[in-house]
Design a protein around this ligand. Sequence first.
Ligand SMILES: Cc1cc2nc3c(=O)[nH]c(=O)nc-3n(C[C@H](O)[C@H](O)[C@H](O)COP(=O)(O)O)c2cc1C
Length: 355
Amino acid sequence: MDLFSPIKIGNYTLKNRIFMAPMTRCRSVQDNVPNDLMATYYAQRASAGLIISEATQISTQGIGYPCTPGIHTAQQVEGWKKVTQAVHDKDGKIFLQLWHVGRISHSAYLDGELPVAPSAIKPTGEVYTLEGMKEYETPRALTIEEIKKIVKTYTQCARNAIEAGFDGVEIHSANGYLLDQFLRDGTNLREDEYGGNIENRSRFLFDVIKAVTAEIGAEKTGVRLSPSGTFNDMTDSDPQKHFTYVCEKLNTFDLAYLHIIDALEGDIKHGANVVELSMIRDVYKGVLITNGAYDKERGDAVIENDQADAVAFGVLFLANPDLPERFQTNSELNEADPGTFYTQDEKGYTDYPVL
Ligand SMILES: Cc1cc2nc3c(=O)[nH]c(=O)nc-3n(C[C@H](O)[C@H](O)[C@H](O)COP(=O)(O)O)c2cc1C
């Protein structure tokens, strides 16, 4: 078995195991609505076994970056229809990544309101806003009632995603955003049933998973975790123990997949605070996608050695719309231009050449 072996995910048989990782590209310039340019970009990459869309807001409260798309207005649903249609026309499959940034926002994005979080703990660092870089603010802790409302918002947005033609959704519980903020004991100091031990800290995530799978089906629902991640000022006293608990419990849902960020930007760390892919593989019994600085060789090896079922490629897919063909023919790869990752037009977006 290798990257080119077909794979079954939920009820879909996918043509290869070369998936496109979710990537924020900031091209939803008008009212956070997906547009024709985005349809072109995703359709160019439809030879992926599965595309996972860029992170997509479930509400205005969930916004933390400019020009990122949402899935909570009728206009946004209509906009996404263009994208899913274009991908399906080229025989691709696409899941939508559901996103709430929590404290990784700023009142400049939130009509003057403070960002929300499990606890009132300010992230170190600065947030990019259209008025320039600003220091993060101390967020406001969510009430239990608000948490329950946000669960409903996830559910509605999962429904919206299916209406917009997506083949499924990925619940974004990685990279220091809202659900990850609840999971970690560095950011969650709550003393109610959503804080304290890992059973409580993961309650929000599992509430969301229960509600979303009941709404659209577990076979159309994936989850993304970054057990070893420190991005967005995440800290955790014992990620091995905590994520073993989470992954064990995920087994009870029969999800489409679990998607793990195994390393970030080539920085493959090892040590006590790292949750190795092999640990996740031992605990989690369903389809496992791995991601993080993979190339063709490492990707083939991880599948051959049965350490994962599929590999998501981020930057390589961004710069190579025809990545599977390039892998198959051992062709040279385009270099990505980080200067255009988050700009607002076609340059560095839809103009990477194919073979
Ligand atoms: C431009 C860019 C935007 C990203 N946006 C997201 C995102 O919206 N959601 C997410 O879960 N990860 C996001 N990531 C992380 C990637 O999905 C992936 O984990 C990371 O790039 C490592 O994989 P790679 O080495 O194959 O690129 C982003 C990465 C990049 C480079």
